[in-house]
Design a protein. Structure first.
Length: 208
């Protein structure tokens, strides 16, 4: 990451919600630094976030692009314990490991770590996850804050490191055992499901 991209990343809220159209906050920061994306595509940062980016990049402030969503209060996900079937799909897509549970057992959202990214909503097969407003009338950066952003960034980085380690271990294990041509060409159905769910979430968010 370039120094310019790093400075831009530092003023993004780190919700990792993908509403900007990029895979994560870092990817969006790089796109802004490379003049490949405008500064008005981050709903969690809201208008205050756009002003911060404008000041940093020397650009003129713009209204938030409605295609990417609307500025709103800080929300956290809540799992309805009576309906949760323990499928683990929400755990797989949470970018900050804010959901805990095991297969076929009830899941719970750790409110203190949830970024309200909404990525867990479309993957739940029984629609047992809802969002609750936890900031009242405060929206955007006024509802989020730098300490929450730093926490979210740290948890996202830790999750990425965990997934990378897991992938490396799986690759090493696979390299040590013979595989049939059919197995080599087979797609991971769970990964495909998660990718499709994230795409649906982006489509739903952009349609608001």
């Amino acid at each position: 990451m370039t120094p310019d991209a790093a400075r831009i990343l530092a003023v993004l809220p780190q919700t990792q919600c993908t509403r900007c159209g990029y895979a994560d906050c870092a990817a969006y920061a790089c796109a802004i630094a490379e003049a490949k994306a405008p500064i008005n595509q981050c709903p969690p940062g809201g208008q205050e976030g756009i002003y911060r980016l404008a000041q940093l990049t020397g650009q003129s402030p713009l209204p938030l692009n409605p295609h990417n969503g609307q500025e709103g209060p800080r929300s956290v996900a809540v799992v309805d314990e009576d309906w949760c079937i323990g499928c683990t799909h929400c755990i797989d897509v949470c970018p900050v490991d804010a959901i805990v549970g095991a297969s076929k057992r009830m899941h719970t959202v750790l409110e203190a770590y949830c970024t309200g990214c909404e990525l867990c909503l479309p993957v739940c097969p029984v629609d047992c996850i809802v969002l609750e407003n936890v900031s009242g009338e405060e929206t955007g950066w006024n509802a989020w804050g730098s300490s929450l952003a730093r926490q979210a960034q740290d948890r996202y980085a830790a999750r990425q490191q965990r997934l990378n380690n897991k992938s490396s271990q799986a690759s090493a294990s696979a390299a040590n055992r013979p595989r049939s041509p059919q197995a080599q060409s087979a797609k991971d159905p769970k990964k495909a499901m998660i990718d499709a769910a994230v795409s649906r979430a982006r489509a739903r968010q952009s349609g608001r």
